[in-house]
Design a protein. Structure first.
Length: 409
């Protein structure tokens, strides 16, 4: 069953709401794309994590004349040690992965390869070191160690060139990752010298060069930096960066200055260790909900990303008995869980609590939740949702809970 639901929110109550999102990373030797949340903290271990999903990116090529990404280990010396990255098209739920030589395109929810291509037509030289999604233009920005370019994926094996090779601006070291801040249009990069920089596309010099290697308010980053992504659910200047072993969420505070980014529900630690046995070779920002709480059987999940606007975002409910189901929403979580007719409830049950439904359920439920643009629904609003199900015998069951945050594309 698929039903459209309106999200009616009290914006005055949401200005200080905690945010919840996830971060994608890629590792080369074992061909893994990891979606990171947490790591969990507190008495209730919210949210689930530190890895909420994963898939193997080495798959048979779709575009037969071009190679698909394969397992790789960054080589010694520059630029080989900077190779590899991941980026996320939040609007279409696509993940881009490069092994340094070629780019693969994957469906985020399934990990299935949808296409693969090389980008020599942009004037870049392998190894490719960075990928960044530009949701404003629908472009993928690509970097090598010495510059950057952009293409427009069009669903074919030959994407459209949009920006040919541009050299790295003055003040920027060998580029190891790239991203775009949709709020400002600036290009952001990290480099082998331990700096994070941003600048307008085509600029001759960086607008700000921020040294972030060394001791942080929450940990330590070595050189070279290997991955960067912009937190598109937060104010401009909020970024996530890694040296492969530690991931740090930081915020630009001035010229050559930074501080720890505020912790969020999905990322409750400002710094956290990279999960798994291999170093992260790139980062990409996601606007997918995060899960928390165990529930009693029904499983709440989502389709797509909570971007504003979005016409493809939806909430799904599976593993449900025949009966009636309702979706509760609020703007915070409860710890410990609150009893709801004998079932655990994970929402704050505050003054903005609401309920959608009930709906008759037989084989599950899909609730389309179209999100309006940021002029109506602001960026950075976090909504917590959970399902209640009453079976044919009148027994109450509850699902896990989800937290999603509105994000720019």
């Amino acid at each position: 069953m698929r039903t459209a639901i309106p999200l009616i929110l009290s914006f005055a109550a949401l200005a200080a709401a905690p945010r919840a999102q996830s971060v994608y990373g890629v590792t080369g030797p074992n061909c893994q794309v990891l979606e990171m949340t947490g790591p969990s903290v507190g008495a209730c271990s919210y949210p689930d994590g530190p890895v909420s999903s994963a898939f193997a990116y080495a798959q048979p090529a779709i575009c037969a004349a071009m190679p698909a990404p394969v397992a790789f280990m960054p080589g010694a010396g520059l630029p080989a040690m900077l190779a590899g990255d991941v980026a996320v098209n939040r609007d279409l739920d696509r993940v881009f992965v490069t092994d340094g030589m070629t780019i693969g395109v994957y469906k985020a929810s399934t990990g299935v390869l949808l296409g693969n291509y090389t980008v020599g037509f942009l004037g870049l030289a392998p190894p490719l070191t960075g990928l960044g999604w530009d949701g404003t233009n629908g472009w993928l920005w690509v970097s090598d160690a010495f510059g950057y370019a952009a293409l427009e994926p069009d669903g074919t094996c030959t994407p459209i060139p949009q920006v040919l090779f541009q050299p790295a601006p003055a003040g920027v070291g060998p580029i190891s990752d790239i991203d775009i801040d949709p709020a400002t249009g600036d290009v952001w990069v990290c480099d082998a010298l331990g700096n994070v920089s941003h600048f307008a596309p085509g600029a001759a010099a960086a607008a700000n060069v921020i040294p972030v290697s060394g001791a942080l308010p929450c940990g330590f980053l070595n050189v070279p930096l290997t991955g960067l992504c912009i937190d598109t659910s937060s104010p401009p200047g909020t970024f996530v960066v890694t040296d492969g072993m530690t991931v740090a969420r930081l915020a630009e505070t001035g010229a050559a200055a930074f501080g720890a980014g505020p912790t969020r529900f999905a990322l409750p630690q400002a710094c956290w260790p990279a999960p798994g046995a291999f170093p992260l070779l790139g980062l990409g920002w996601s606007a997918r909900p995060v899960s928390y709480g165990a529930g009693t059987g029904p499983i709440l999940d989502s389709i797509g990303h909570a971007t504003v606007p979005s016409t493809s975002f939806a909430i799904t409910l599976t593993n449900v008995p025949v009966g009636l189901a309702a979706i509760m929403y609020d703007f915070g979580a409860s710890c410990p869980a609150v009893g709801v007719a004998g079932a655990p409830g994970y929402l704050a049950f505050g003054p903005q609590f609401g309920l959608v439904g009930p709906f008759g359920v037989l084989n599950g439920l899909t609730l389309a939740a179209a999100l309006p643009g940021p002029a109506i629904l602001p960026q950075g609003v976090t909504v917590h949702v959970q399902a209640l199900v009453v079976d044919a015998f009148g027994v109450m069951q509850s699902s896990n809970a989800l937290a999603f945050t509105t994000s720019l594309p």
